[in-house]
Design a protein around this ligand. Structure first.
Ligand code: OOG
Ligand code: MG
Length: 253
């Protein structure tokens, strides 16, 4: 296929750096090529000094699939440059049209790759935390095909992680809420994530394996949003609450 992977990666990288949207690639881009674009995009970022810290899954909940009009699970790469401290400030000006999602994040204590069971996935978890992903499509109007969004590192832009817990119990059927200035703007359950958030870890291991890799000890895995995403606005105080797990927050500057 005659698609310029390097040029697409460069365009998406510049769009993120300059906080300026680019047009979608649309029909010209297929899904396999899109993951090659994502890889080339990440290579550019690693060359600038960013370090991979883990993996994110996208569209693991019906709420997200419906909101964005897509119907398949996708993945992207998380780096150290995307981490925003719990209680910290996110500078709105660095982004195009950022949205926030309530999520759960896993930290692995063991290698996990290929086809694994839910029990094996659970046994590989070292710690769990409530989290928020800030997504910021580099495409105009936050509109894209599945291949477009994959090329754009699955819209990932930043990440806020709450206190890690090693003594976690059942992570399923956990009520989760997203609050803006103390008011609930999204509410759901961890069950919305593939029926059980541990299934997200099973899927992440499978996808990492299919790409010739694995999740390594210390890697973090974002399970995907439990609800639809909410658009950020300057000055708002954002908080995620996951009953039984904890909370995390940040403000938008
Ligand atoms: C794609 C990313 C989806 C999730 O948690 O489902 C995602 C997007 O909606 O722009 O991160
Ligand atoms: Mg997400």
């Amino acid at each position: 296929m005659n698609f310029d992977v390097m040029a697409a990666a460069g365009a998406l990288d510049r769009a993120a750096c300059e906080a300026r949207a680019v047009p979608q690639f649309g029909e010209a881009l297929d899904l396999d090529t899109a993951y090659r674009v994502q890889k080339a995009l990440m290579a550019r970022r690693y060359a600038r000094g960013e370090r991979r810290v883990g993996m994110k899954l996208g569209f693991t909940s019906k709420a997200k699939m419906i909101q964005m009009g897509v119907d398949d699970l996708i993945w992207g790469t998380l780096t150290d440059a995307m981490l925003v401290a719990d209680g910290g400030t996110l500078e709105m000006a660095r982004f195009i049209h950022p949205r926030v999602e309530p999520e759960i994040v896993f930290r692995l204590g063991r290698r996990l790759g290929g086809l694994v069971t839910v029990d094996e996935a659970r046994a590989a978890i070292e710690a769990v935390a409530p989290a928020m992903e800030i997504i910021d499509s580099r495409y105009a109007a936050f509109k894209f095909s599945l291949a477009d969004v994959v090329a754009d590192n699955s819209s990932s832009a930043a990440l806020v992680i709450g206190a890690w817990r090693t003594d976690f119990g059942d992570l399923n059927h956990m009520p989760m809420r997203l609050l803006f200035d103390g008011a609930v703007v999204q509410a759901g359950s961890s069950e919305a994530i593939l029926g059980d958030p541990l299934e997200a870890l099973v899927a992440a291991a499978r996808l990492a394996g299919a790409n010739g890799g694995a999740l390594e000890p210390g890697d973090i895995v974002l399970a995907g949003a439990a609800t639809a995403a909410e658009a950020l606005r300057p000055g708002v105080a954002v908080r995620v609450e996951a009953d039984g797990l904890g909370a995390a927050g940040f403000s938008v500057g």
